[in-house]
Design a binder for this molecule. Structure first.
Ligand SMILES: [Mg+2]
Length: 352
């Protein structure tokens, strides 16, 4: 019996801030078999794993190396990096099939939904969906509700570091807007993954802005769309947030999402952001958040009622705003500046 035990080792896999036990691993096995065992506990495919401190003769041990030659001590902690893609696939959330529909990009432009049918569904969400307040809402702020996947994070590409998949300017964007906007995230995944992703991206405890709360797929509702087949689509009804936080309303709320039909029940408040995909190609090019920060800051500094805007035209809006730099970088508080309010009305009219 003891001979058998000599060939076994207990290992700990450290990955994504968590530890996974791998007990009684046979040291006659190769690194490849070790990776397969790690896959069983973490869901990360062997080819996506990088075992940082598993070295053979000073170099990362390749797949054919036998574990016993590595002289690992019992209880050894293996530091692993692996792509989020595989871990997300492992969870297999109910949203995954929906994601396929999203990729087909339904002609959302024409879709509508009869909100009145869903009032009771919304009320149920307001009554039963529990929100953890991380940081209390502040007085007189606008609200920005951000999607995560493809909006601030390319969840389908793989990378050694999650931050490589982060949309450029994310922290600058949130830092710029934080004085004017309360911030929430709403993602069609589970809360577990929302928390994990935002932590990995350095959003959770960022020193320059704070997040009010997160909402996950359980706060969404399925609605029958006006499409010919009346497909069910999952939407993110802002009415849930407005019901829970009376200080927010269509006049001061904007929702950013790469999928237009997510704001089917509140089209006016939705701003469709271009999807951030292929992070490795785009992370040095994509400036969407850089320019959106200007748009949203401008709106807030001029105290514009968001129901007067058409977010589809946000780019032309800022390119036509003659006082853009003055408003963005000027020091004066425009709270009581009626002139600028009038100018704003003219501008929005000219846009239409
Ligand atoms: Mg998305």
């Amino acid at each position: 019996m003891e001979d058998v035990n000599l060939n076994k080792i207990n290992l700990v896999i450290k990955w994504s801030g968590k530890e996974f036990k791998l007990n009684d691993f046979d040291t006659n096995n190769t690194v490849l078999l070790l990776k397969q065992a790690i896959q069983n506990v973490t869901g990360v495919l062997p080819e996506r794993q990088k075992l940082l401190n598993v070295k053979f003769r000073g170099k990362p041990a390749d797949d054919t190396v036998v574990i016993s030659t590595l002289n690992l001590k019992d209880g050894f902690k293996i530091m692993m990096m692996g792509s989020l893609e595989e871990s997300i696939a492992q969870i297999n959330t109910p949203q995954e099939p929906n994601d396929v529909v999203n990729d087909l990009d339904l002609p959302d432009e024409e879709l509508t939904v009869d909100n009145s049918i869903y009032i009771s569904k919304i009320e149920k969400r307001i009554a039963t969906y529990k929100i953890d307040i991380l940081n209390p809402p502040r007085d007189n702020k606008y609200l920005i509700v951000l999607d995560i996947d493809y909006t601030i994070f390319d969840h389908r590409s793989t990378a050694e570091q999650p931050v490589e998949l982060m949309r450029p300017y994310l922290h600058e964007f949130l830092t710029t807007l934080y004085p004017y906007y309360d911030i929430m995230f709403w993602s069609a995944t589970s809360m577990k993954w929302i928390l994990e992703k935002l932590k990995l991206l350095g959003v959770t405890n960022h020193p320059d802005y704070k997040i009010v709360c997160h909402l996950d797929s359980a706060a969404m509702i399925s609605v029958s769309s006006s499409s010919p087949k009346h497909e069910l689509v999952d939407v993110k009804p802002l009415q849930v947030i407005w019901g829970k936080f009376p200080q927010y309303s269509p006049t001061n709320t904007v929702m950013l999402d790469d999928i237009r039909h997510n704001f089917l029940m509140n089209k006016q408040s939705g701003l469709r952001i271009r999807a951030f995909r292929q992070a490795h190609f785009n992370r040095y090019k994509d400036k969407e958040l850089f320019f959106l920060a200007k748009y949203l800051k401008y709106i807030a500094k001029k105290h514009i009622d968001l129901t007067t805007l058409n977010h589809r035209k946000w780019e032309s809006f800022i390119s036509h705003a003659k006082d853009l730099d003055q408003i963005l970088y000027g020091e004066e508080d425009l709270t009581a500046n009626t002139t600028s309010q009038n100018e704003n009305s003219n501008n929005t009219t000219a846009e239409d």
